[in-house]
Design a protein around this ligand. Structure first.
Ligand code: GAP
Length: 487
């Protein structure tokens, strides 16, 4: 990452804290590494992103329904899913600083300092070795490139080992002779809550294949190198959807969801050039085909969402471990045989996006330190969040010009008319310019000023955040105007 990129990233982190979007967790105790809290505007923005995803999945797709499964699951779930044995990352320790690194992060961070061609070649070599799990050659790659620990500055590395990322805790208060009996895991992905409920949902909602089950919720991973603000956290939120399909059709559905999910991102008005696909070389233990949707964050192009063709791996594993059939009866006629397709374990296409990562995407895409030329030749400046109006924490700020002359009362009538339909903010304090700047900083798309003319002709001044243009319109047109932009 260049110094300039780093400065922008640091400015976004500072802005997020100063304006009540994101705080370090338990900050009065110096925080907890890679855990964050969302403040008044952050929690609104996060909720709006979640709602936008939820609506697009469960309301706009008639064949997708939602669930809300528990975070705790029977421990056998994680044995069946492969997470107990396979959910680990190759790690390497620096013998001098004792600092532990995820091997791919260590190499990627070094690649960021190289010219593009060299960086691409290094990443390609790393991915090929990761895919083969050739840890000896991977260590050689680190040593040959003289990749150093950022703390000790040395290249004195241990061998590479695997490290499981799941958090464990104990369940219930009953002591057992075998301490393992009480162990439960904090779920590392929401997906398994969907798989174990596959038949419950299919039967109760009377779903016919192809259909999807969507869920949002917390996930936990003991990330070793948890860094880069809310990009990689130990407690985070996922928005996942598992789409169950007839075996043999997974290729076309994988393609469909790969395109559909990128369309969702672009529907927020974000520049398409900031997105790219990255097809996986090293596949997760369950995956048949997989890609990431990557976004150009201030820290470079990084994954925001994964699309995975998971075959029938998860349902087959749950059938095996639970000894309960996870089959679906497909009554549709197979043209090849003229008979129903019959019983089978469906294949699955998964779309999985991190809510916090999407939040960071929206925030960093929206952030601008804008220079505004003035008529006298000097410059003014403002920090503005160009948030999509649909996602903005506050949609409309209602600002009486003064605290007297009946203006607050008029402003309150507009507030009462609008606040049931969308989030409004009311403020009388400070000069109007200062109040506009504060709304720019939290990304409010519309400000309305009520002044003395309002008393005479019921018109108000509406100010648009991005252009800063102002126009006079009848007060009774405001609600419809805002609604047309934010719904
Ligand atoms: N069920 C599949 C699954 O969990 P993943 O690629 O490990 O796949 C999906 O995670 C998404 O979850 C990622 O694309 C990312 O947006 C988000 N994510 C994963 N680990 C994260 C972390 N430590 N902090 C924040 N978001 C994370």
């Amino acid at each position: 990452m260049s110094t300039q990129q780093d400065n922008i990233f640091q400015a976004i982190i500072a802005h997020a804290k100063e304006y009540g979007f994101v705080f370090p967790s338990s900050e009065i105790y110096d925080g907890l590494s890679a855990v964050y809290d969302y403040g008044p505007y952050g929690s609104e923005l996060k909720k709006n992103i979640r709602d936008y995803w939820w609506k697009s999945m469960t309301q706009l797709h008639e064949n997708i329904v939602g669930i809300d499964a528990a975070i705790f699951m029977h421990p056998t779930t994680w044995k069946a899913s492969g997470h107990v044995d396979n959910f680990s990352d190759p790690m390497i320790d620096n013998k001098d600083s004792k600092k532990r690194y995820r091997v791919d992060h260590l190499i990627e961070a070094y690649a960021d300092t190289l010219e593009k061609d060299k960086a691409d070649a290094l990443i390609a070599e790393m991915e090929a070795l990761l895919a083969k799990e050739d840890f000896v050659a991977l260590k050689d790659l680190i040593v040959i490139n003289n990749i150093k620990c950022s703390i000790s500055g040395t290249c004195n590395w241990t061998d590479i080992r695997q490290f499981n990322l799941m958090f464990k805790t104990e369940f219930g208060a009953v002591a057992s002779d075998n301490p393992d009996d009480n162990i439960v895991y904090l779920r590392p992905e929401t997906a398994q809550g969907i798989f174990v409920n596959f038949l419950n949902v299919q039967k109760t909602a009377r779903m016919k294949i192809p259909f999807g089950i969507a869920q949002t919720g917390k996930a936990f991973r003991n990330e070793i190198v948890a860094r880069q603000f809310i990009f990689r956290m130990r407690e985070f939120e996922q928005m996942e959807m598992q789409f169950f399909v007839r075996p043999g059709t997974e290729g076309e559905w994988y393609k469909f969801w790969k395109e559909e999910r990128l369309k969702w991102h672009l529907s927020l008005g974000i520049d398409a050039n900031k997105y790219r696909y990255h097809d996986h070389v090293k596949l997760a233990h369950y995956a048949k085909e997989a890609c990431d949707i990557e976004f150009e964050f201030p820290i470079g192009f990084k994954e925001v969402e994964g699309i995975h063709s998971r075959s029938d791996f998860d349902l087959s594993q749950h059938q095996l471990y639970s000894k309960k059939k996870q089959q679906y009866f497909d009554a549709d006629i197979d043209p090849a045989t003229g008979k129903p397709y019959g019983n089978y374990i469906p294949y699955v296409i998964e779309t999985s996006i991190g809510l916090d990562r999407m939040f960071l995407l929206i925030l960093s895409n929206a952030y601008e330190e804008e220079v505004i030329p003035k008529e006298d030749g000097t410059n003014d400046s403002r920090t503005v969040l160009h948030l999509p109006a649909k996602l903005a924490p506050v949609k409309l700020a209602i600002l009486p010009l003064t605290k007297k002359d009946g203006l607050p009362e008029l402003a309150r009538t507009l507030m009462d008319e609008c606040k049931n339909s969308f989030k409004c903010f009311y403020e009388e304090k400070d000069a109007i310019g200062k109040r506009y700047r504060r709304q720019d900083a939290i990304g409010t798309p519309f400000c309305v000023t009520i002044d003395h003319q309002t008393k005479e002709d019921n018109t108000v001044t509406i100010r648009y955040r991005d252009s800063m243009k102002q126009e006079r319109i009848p007060m009774d047109k405001i609600k419809a105007l805002v609604l047309s932009e934010v719904m």
